[in-house]
Design a protein around this ligand. Structure first.
Ligand code: SF4
Length: 370
């Protein structure tokens, strides 16, 4: 077992029947070296998980799926202190790869024939701290995320870069303007909002106000009207009254965003939020989640409808449906076409068909090649 939970509760996990080995955030990278020892530890699962304060070294990695898209980790850990979040306890201090090593990994991925890279990190916009961080010292910035973006834009071999998720306070105007004119960075951002109420944002210890968030969205839409923007929101945070929730609802309703990821707040041990007053009843949390999910469907439908009949580039991949292929446009609209094997892992222009409604979270639009 590896992952955030394995670092947070290793002994608890080791007691689960069938678990042989639990590795912490640092140890998971040495999984192979623990395999021999494993046979010597029958019964309870073997635990190798050090204190999170010892997790201070960046380890690079990237995924290979069906050779169409690769997820490339460039940053790990987080130094923020959002009151609901256990990630800093599970993933440690903010640390990053070097720009040089990211470029080497990009070259390796390109050599394997992959066309699109999704840049990932726990707090991606905080990219640039050194690969090794020392407990109790202020991290040294060796580069900024914007420096990485500019270098990647010059690199050869990859046709698309996508930025996975970035904090609004770290998504600067210069990054937005650069992406707008970039040859390879696609017009798609995912920007956590969490709440549209300044009162709740403060309780969450987020590092922005609703006005800053709004300014970011407006800036993006001014320079890239076709940009897809995803939003994370948490409902039912302690102290969130019905009017606070409606503030969030109305705020998002008025924003030109494309879809939401809605999370129901749940208590996490060892966080400040569990100590806060004003616990919201679970049935109210679920109801608010449902209302925002309906709003998300409306937002996505509205976004899709703007592009009906337009021509946009799509990177094709195999679909789960027989005799079919699917793909995403640069601005993250999923389309599907009858399978033509020679087009898999190719970028081609298509004319986007009509959005026919339905469960839009999984909606795939018909399209024709042009
Ligand atoms: S919510 Fe994100 S930014 Fe805040 S502490 Fe967690 S990982 Fe860091």
């Amino acid at each position: 077992m590896v992952g955030c939970y394995a670092q947070l509760k290793p002994e608890e996990i080791a007691d689960i029947p069938g678990v042989d080995l639990v590795l912490g955030a640092a140890e998971k990278f040495n999984i192979v070296s623990y395999i021999d020892e494993l046979a010597k530890a029958p019964g309870k699962g073997m635990v190798k998980a050090g204190a999170i304060s010892t997790v201070n070294h960046f380890v690079d990695s990237f995924s290979f799926g069906d050779r169409t898209r690769s997820f490339l980790k460039v940053q790990d850990g987080c130094d923020y202190k959002c009151t609901f979040c256990t990630i800093p306890q599970a993933r440690g201090k903010s640390r990053s790869d070097t720009v040089e090593n990211v470029l080497l990994n990009v070259a390796k991925i390109a050599e394997a024939g992959v066309k699109e890279i999704v840049l990932t990190g726990v707090n991606l916009g905080d990219f640039g701290n050194s690969t090794e961080v020392i407990e109790g010292t202020k991290p040294k910035k060796e580069a900024l995320f914007f420096d990485l973006v500019k270098e990647l834009d010059k690199s050869a071999g990859i046709e698309r870069f996508r930025i996975s998720s970035i904090e609004p306070n770290l998504l600067t105007d210069e990054i937005i303007e650069f992406v707008a004119q970039s040859r390879v960075f696609v017009p798609h951002f995912h920007i956590p909002l969490q709440s549209g109420s300044d009162k709740i944002l403060k309780l969450m210890r987020r590092r922005y106000t609703r006005d800053l968030y709004k300014a970011r969205i407006e800036k993006i839409k001014t320079v890239m009207p076709h940009c897809c923007i995803g939003v994370d929101v948490i409902v039912g945070f302690p102290g969130e009254s019905e009017s606070d929730f409606m503030e969030t609802y109305d705020f998002i309703n008025d924003l030109d965003v494309s879809y939401l990821h809605v999370f129901t707040y749940s208590e996490r041990a060892n966080t400040l939020a569990v100590e806060l007053e004003g616990k919201v009843d679970m049935s109210v949390r679920r109801n608010r989640n449902e209302r925002l999910r309906i709003l998300s469907e409306k937002k996505r439908a509205h976004f899709y409808q703007q592009f009906e009949g337009d021509i946009r580039p799509v990177l094709f991949e195999h679909s789960k449906e027989a005799n079919s292929m699917s793909g995403y446009t640069d601005n993250y609209i999923k389309v599907s076409l009858p399978l033509q094997e020679y087009l898999i892992n190719q970028i081609e222009e298509v004319k986007i068909g009509k959005f026919l409604g339905g469960e839009s979270t999984n909606a795939t639009l018909a399209a024709v090649l042009v």
